[in-house]
Design a protein around this ligand. Structure first.
Ligand SMILES: [Zn+2]
Length: 486
């Protein structure tokens, strides 16, 4: 009997708590502000968009900018968009998106036909409607059977739910009933948990149809920012359909990386190379008298952890004291968190230190790696011009930076006794056929070797090992030959 009374009391309390929030359904009132139930019209807008994408650029967080002009037709259940994108090299591409009743059909930039795509890709396109308007996400939250949590903080009511494993939150101002921002958290294999925030401002307010005229999108926890501006708008009665699904259209499974292949070669009595066949990278392991150094670890923590297991196998009784990467691109530093977890010191330049700190310290809760499970403090050591390691056998690390003609933080590794130089991706000598004229990076490497007065016999390159039909083990005479052709 007691338990029944307790149950009634508890359910009474729970009902009361939820009703005090749900007396006003702000999702509904906000959607009503954007799009009145009384209207059958369609909002048509033109916009200018600046999209910034991370690329393999000279500095960490440096982006390539794409200018996009587009138009969008939107009502409660339809989101129809077409745009054209101009690259910084002035090339133009178009894309089209039709979303009807949350069913997404998309024709990507440069594609002639609609391709079968994965469920994750389609969900991302659905969430990305928030780049232009909060309406589709509001409707999605109201019309789907989702587990929604509600919080109230300082006149902002927050509706939280999970869309395809991404925590999505809608922030509505309880004074204006307008959506101030939408956030979602996603997993990124290099950065871990990344938040994207869509900020809405300068609402055009009308009786029946209102919309934000400025949208600012903060990606990767605010490290990359995009802007969208509505340049023209009108209300119309018709909505076009831009795309039709082809007959053989399928939603595909996401491909999961589950093939890992490592091949270790002993170069001499203290240098090893581990080829990561699945990423096309060569990793260097140097065994000093009392410790080990690892240079390069591609893409993600998983690869870092695989490299560490292999190093512990080939050199079982010495600690990994140092991890170093030749430059900040993902193929070289992507696995650094695994080495932080092993309490290795991360050798880096002043230009890449902040970036290393972000990768090492950002949470990885969505797909935990060893460092997330067992956190360790980050230890870094800055290389200014050069660093010499080892007593009997010596390894030199030289800063060449911008002289690489590739990135501002470039390091190369030199073994004076062996006359061996290891570097990441500067040398492009074809495996077969004639040696062609050196490009900027290759010339940059040659000039750096000369400026440092290094006597080099052999160059070994980290990436690529199989693709691109270029040599990984390069006689210095090949490099010289390519330069003399200039
Ligand atoms: Zn690179």
């Amino acid at each position: 009997m007691k338990s029944i009374i307790q149950y009634i009391l508890v359910s009474f309390l729970v009902t009361n708590i939820s009703t005090c929030f749900s007396q006003v359904n702000y999702l509904e009132t906000s959607a009503e502000m954007l799009y009145s139930k009384a209207t059958n019209s369609v909002l048509h807008i033109n916009y200018n968009e600046q999209e910034n994408m991370l690329g393999h650029n000279s500095k960490p967080w440096e982006t390539n900018t794409y200018k996009i002009k587009g138009e969008l037709w939107i009502n409660k259940m339809q989101f129809i968009k077409r745009d054209s994108l101009t690259t910084d090299r002035d090339r133009q591409y178009t894309s089209k998106t039709d979303i009807i009743n949350f069913d997404v059909v998309h024709l990507d930039y440069g594609d002639q036909d609609i391709k079968s795509v994965s469920f994750n890709f389609l969900t991302e396109k659905l969430i990305h409607t928030a780049r232009y308007s909060p309406l589709t996400i509001l409707e999605y939250l109201m019309k789907n059977d989702l587990d929604i949590h509600i919080k109230l903080a300082n006149k902002i009511i927050i509706y939280s739910t999970t869309i395809n494993e991404s925590l999505t939150e809608v922030f509505i101002n309880t004074n204006t009933n307008l959506v101030e921002k939408i956030t979602y958290i996603d997993y990124h294999e290099l950065y871990g948990d990344v938040t994207t925030t869509f900020h809405y401002s300068e609402y055009h307010i009308d009786d029946q149809i209102s919309f934000p005229q400025k949208i600012r999108i903060e990606k990767i926890n605010g490290n990359v920012v995009d802007e969208i501006e509505i340049t023209a708008s009108n209300i119309t009665s018709t909505i076009p359909q831009l795309l039709t699904k082809p007959k053989d259209y399928k939603i595909t499974e996401d491909e999961e990386q589950n093939k890992y292949e490592l091949k270790t070669t002993k170069y001499n009595d203290f240098i090893y190379f581990i080829d990561l066949i699945h990423t096309d990278d060569k990793v260097m392991v140097v065994e000093f008298e009392d410790c080990v150094l690892v240079a390069e670890a591609p893409i993600n923590s998983k690869n870092g952890e695989l490299i560490i297991a292999e190093v512990e196998n080939i050199i079982p009784n010495k600690p990994i004291k140092y991890f170093v990467f030749g430059h900040h691109h993902p193929h070289y530093l992507g696995g650094l968190r695994a080495f932080v977890n092993k309490e290795a010191t991360i050798l880096c330049t002043a230009m890449s230190k902040d970036y290393v700190e972000f990768i090492a310290n950002n949470s990885h809760s969505l797909q935990p790696d060893n460092l997330e499970i067992e956190p360790k403090p980050l230890k870094t050591q800055i290389i200014a011009d050069s660093l010499v390691l080892g007593t009997k056998r010596k390894m030199e690390i030289h800063f060449i930076g911008e002289k690489s003609k590739h990135t501002i933080d470039y390091l190369i590794y030199y073994f004076p006794e062996e006359q061996l130089l290891f570097q990441d991706d500067l040398c492009w000598i074809p495996k077969n056929g004639e040696i062609t004229k050196a490009g900027a990076r290759q010339l940059g490497l040659y000039n750096s070797i000369k400026a440092l007065n290094l006597k080099v016999d052999t160059i070994i390159q980290s990436w690529p090992i199989e693709s691109h039909k270029v040599k990984t083990i390069i006689p210095f005479s090949d490099l010289e030959k390519s330069v003399l052709q200039n």
